[in-house]
Ligand binder design. Structure first.
Ligand code: DCS
Length: 295
């Protein structure tokens, strides 16, 4: 595995991270997870723009332009021959003796990255998942993709311990998002999701789903809804870079809709697959094979 650190591509044993890295001491940094399908980056621009935005929101000035970040991401994919999986990029405020305030001198941020091979979760995409509601105890800047994930970690653990695949954050009675995903409900032909404000991360997959809904002429309402309303939706699903569009079949053990992935959810999954360029190419190849050699 080849890692990226501050402009260099290194073997694991060459990776040298400081105990005084503010990411390690305070979780003082931001990160991104970028999907790769069959060796091709998916929505990398959006992810890297969000990385720059997240860094700016916590007053870290990234030492790379968007173009340079794309180059780093591509290099990591190529050097590790990553087929299907993701690229993890992290930026911390840098290295300085431990003190809460920003370091006096302008420390350069520490930028690191690596790749992870992982297949699409095809079984869960087909069968659906169970969610468990958890009190949202995170801070109020959930729009920042911060390294501080304690609230998310504890929520996910609670969900897993109850035999669920994902946690459903509820704050002030309102359903916000998953521990590492956004959530959507469908009722009477309308798609509902939480507005993109400081209570949630505006997911890149969320944005893709909103585009697909508009292609499908599916009305979208971005507004708050309660846990009770979530449970009474005809269909429910969560979205993320790795989970794509995962149907939800139960919330807190209560059946959602018919207790199987919903029709519109399945339609959105199909459209999602169709817009992954490589899957489109593979589909066309299959069609060509079925129709005999191309003329
Ligand atoms: N909300 C939270 C809290 C998340 O952590 C994530 C992604 C999302 C929503 C969905 O965003 P994307 O659609 O842009 O992925 N979490 C990343 C993570 O930590 N691992 O994989 C994705």
């Amino acid at each position: 595995m080849i890692f990226f650190k501050d402009g260099e591509y290194l073997q694991e044993e060459q990776m040298n991270l400081s105990i005084n890295d503010r990411g390690y001491a305070f979780g003082d940094g931001v990160y991104e997870v970028i999907k790769v399908y069959d060796g091709m980056l998916y929505t990398a621009n959006e992810h890297l723009e969000r990385l720059i935005e997240s860094a700016a929101k916590i007053k870290i000035s990234l030492p790379y332009t968007l173009e340079q970040l794309i180059e780093i991401t591509e290099e990591l994919q190529q050097k590790n021959e990553l087929s299907t999986g993701h690229i993890y990029l992290q930026v911390t405020r840098g290295v300085a003796p431990r003190a809460h305030q920003f370091p006096d001198q302008n420390m350069p941020p520490v930028v690191t990255g690596y790749t992870v091979e992982n297949p699409r979760p095809v079984e869960q995409l087909a069968a659906g998942a169970a969610m468990k509601s958890v009190e949202d105890m995170r801070w109020l800047r959930c729009d920042i993709k911060s390294l501080n994930l304690l609230g998310n970690v504890l929520a996910k653990q609670e969900a897993v311990e109850s035999g669920c695949q994902e946690a459903l954050f509820v704050r002030d009675g309102i359903v916000r998002e998953g521990s590492a995903s956004n959530v959507f409900g469908i009722k009477e032909g309308v798609l509902y999701t939480h507005p993109a404000n400081h209570f949630i991360l505006n997911g890149i997959t969320r944005r893709v789903v909103l585009r697909l809904a508009s292609e499908l002429s599916l009305p979208v309402v971005e507004k708050e809804f309660t846990l009770e309303e979530a449970c009474s939706m005809a269909e429910f699903f969560f979205t993320s870079t790795n989970a794509e569009i995962t149907p939800v079949v139960t919330i807190d053990g209560r059946t959602v809709g018919k207790g199987v992935p919903g029709m519109i959810t399945k339609q959105l999954q199909k459209m999602f697959e169709a817009q992954i360029p490589v899957l489109v190419a593979a589909g066309q190849a299959q069609e060509r094979d079925a129709n005999g050699p191309a003329s």
